[in-house]
Design a protein around this ligand. Structure first.
Ligand code: KG4
Ligand code: ZN
Length: 269
């Protein structure tokens, strides 16, 4: 608010994430939002966190042209969504265990890197050879848009257990690059298979993991090859932020949607 040179009286509605997410975070956000809405007598509207990630490009003036396939990929979610219209989103696949960001974070921990692990692995991978190690890809069937990353994490654990500490230190960049490649390969392959199946000419990749440089590079390259428009928000807007919630809320308000002070937290929305 300070940076935008705005004060509370300038705000004419409040948008808040009602789900999905961790119940504690949702309740804190909802309490603050309801407090402001009540005190200022302004409308309140609840938004879906995944929807907010996928609509982020609108905040940068990038037009979205549904129908498109969205990939919302973060620390808590890996969801393939068929966006029929901006108010009609259908989940077509999701992770059966770890989210992609969670896999990056856990791998970083095994490699004794910092948290969050995604940016650390991304940085290290730039100096590594992504073909040095062969990590498993769980395809889960040609027609499935579900993903699974727990086997990949176990493969990394076994690989590290089989190596002396000095070798791990020497090979860290190559291991990180090969591990990252396994995640990117599955996400990009499934994204474009979904685009084909749902017959769309646009895909949107959003969420914290969408700031991964290799994922961006591969998605853009494959889009170019297949003649499919690839939209990815700027890295700074890929991670959780308030702008994406505001944009999703503004669209809902425009459609006449209003919540009230009974708006609930829905962790599995
Ligand atoms: O969307 P987000 O900020 O929060 C959730 O809704 O989870 O995503 C955070 C996740 C973390 O797991 C973090 O490691 C991952 O996004 N992440 C990355 C990169 N930057 C953030 N993963 C891979 N490469 C990155 N450059
Ligand atoms: Zn998020």
């Amino acid at each position: 608010m300070k940076r935008a040179d705005l004060e509370l009286p300038d705000v004419d509605a409040i948008a808040v994430t009602s789900g999905p997410g961790l119940i504690g975070s949702l309740l804190v956000g909802l309490s603050v939002a309801k407090g402001i809405a009540f005190a200022r007598s302004i409308p309140i509207v609840g938004v879906n966190h995944i929807e907010a990630h996928l609509l982020t490009p609108l905040a940068e003036g990038i037009e979205l042209s549904p129908p498109f396939v969205g990939l919302a990929v973060s620390g808590g979610h890996t969801e393939f969504i068929f966006v029929k219209a901006l108010d009609d989103l259908i989940t077509i696949g999701s992770t059966r265990d770890d989210a992609a960001g969670e896999a990056f974070d856990k791998a970083a921990k095994l490699l004794a890197l910092g948290y969050p692990g995604g940016p650390e692995i991304d940085k290290l991978s730039r100096e590594g050879n992504r073909e040095s190690y062969s990590f498993p890809r769980a395809w889960l069937g040609k027609d499935s848009f579900d993903v699974s990353f727990s086997g990949l994490k176990t493969a990394l654990r076994y690989l590290l257990a089989s190596m002396p500490a000095e070798k791990i230190e020497k090979e860290k960049k190559n291991i990180a690059a090969s591990f990252q490649e396994a995640i990117v390969d599955v996400l990009v392959t499934k994204l474009f298979l979904a685009a084909e199946k749902f017959n769309v000419t646009e895909v949107v990749v959003a969420g914290g993991v969408a700031s991964n440089s290799r994922l961006r590079e591969e998605a853009l390259r494959e889009g170019k090859r297949k003649g499919i428009k690839v939209v990815i928000p700027s890295p700074s807007l890929c991670m959780d932020n308030a702008v994406m919630v505001a944009i999703a809320g503004a669209l809902r308000l425009e459609r006449g949607e209003r919540a009230n002070l009974f708006l609930d937290a829905l962790p599995t929305l």
